[in-house]
Write a protein that binds this ligand. Structure first.
Ligand code: ZN
Length: 261
């Protein structure tokens, strides 16, 4: 819908498109979008929403899109065939107007580990991103001290685990039921076989899940500001002059000063 918006007309019934292939009229309704997503079995089903440009200056249109998206959500819920096994996610329109956006905050297409820890501080609840698996295909491993490219020849004889202390199946020693893989092993398979990308994908997804688990624990304990300072301290080996300015500034906005001792 976003890419075809210029060819579309939104009505209460649904979105009318002219097919980009042959110009024939098509109608996408909330019910039809649910049936498509039910049929492919997606774990996350997105409701059909009334899409508008986030930077639109037209407040009346933004408000209409927000209310229509809520009405379409009701139709999607009614049409959902497998609510017990597929999660229906709502989409809140409302542009950049904070009063129209008081719902769970799902940040689409984000992101790097430092993006996640900062976004959580700013109030984000959920994320999705291809980065952990895509970067794995380029031989990159997420670690607590940054991202390492294990295709680099400096890892050819590095027999330490991908990330010290990681509990994923790749890093865990064989004595603890894991594979006990080393950086050198990944280096040698990464350039020749897709197995290297698969192994790093498992490690990277585990790393990000573990990061969000630690974030949740720190929030529950009321220690998220301390967590942030420790996280950036480890990531940049205590060198505060290397901290990204955007992260320092964003966190200052919510009362966390990474630069103070
Ligand atoms: Zn690991």
């Amino acid at each position: 819908m976003v890419s075809l918006l210029k060819l579309a007309k939104v009505t209460e019934e649904g979105v009318r498109f002219l097919s980009p292939h042959d110009g024939s009229p098509m109608l996408l309704t909330p019910e039809h979008s649910m049936s498509l997503q039910n049929s492919i079995g997606s774990d996350i089903v997105m409701q059909l929403d009334d899409v508008i440009a986030v930077t639109s200056p037209d407040f009346a249109r933004i408000e209409e899109a927000m209310h229509r998206s809520v009405r379409w959500l009701d139709r999607c819920i009614a049409a959902h065939q497998y609510p017990e096994r597929q999660n229906l996610f709502c989409i809140i329109q409302g542009g950049l107007d904070l009063d129209l956006q008081k719902k769970p905050r799902y940040v689409m297409g984000v992101g790097y580990p430092e993006d996640l820890v900062v976004s959580v501080a700013l109030g984000a609840d959920m994320f999705d991103c291809v980065w952990p698996t895509r970067t794995a295909r380029f031989g990159n491993a997420v670690t607590s001290t940054g991202t390492l490219n294990l295709r680099h020849s400096s890892y050819a004889s590095d027999f330490s685990p991908i990330d010290e202390g990681c509990t994923c199946v790749c890093c865990k020693p064989a004595s603890a039921g894991g594979l006990g893989l080393t950086r050198a092993y990944i280096y040698h398979v990464a350039s020749k076989e897709t197995a290297g990308a698969h192994l790093l994908s498992m490690h990277n997804v585990h790393s990000l899940l573990n990061l969000t688990r630690r974030i949740r624990e720190a929030i529950i304990e009321g220690k998220y500001p301390e967590f942030l300072k420790e996280y950036f301290g480890t990531l940049y080996a205590g060198k505060k002059d290397r901290y990204p300015v955007w992260a320092v500034t964003a966190l200052q906005g919510v009362g966390v000063d990474l630069m103070e001792d």
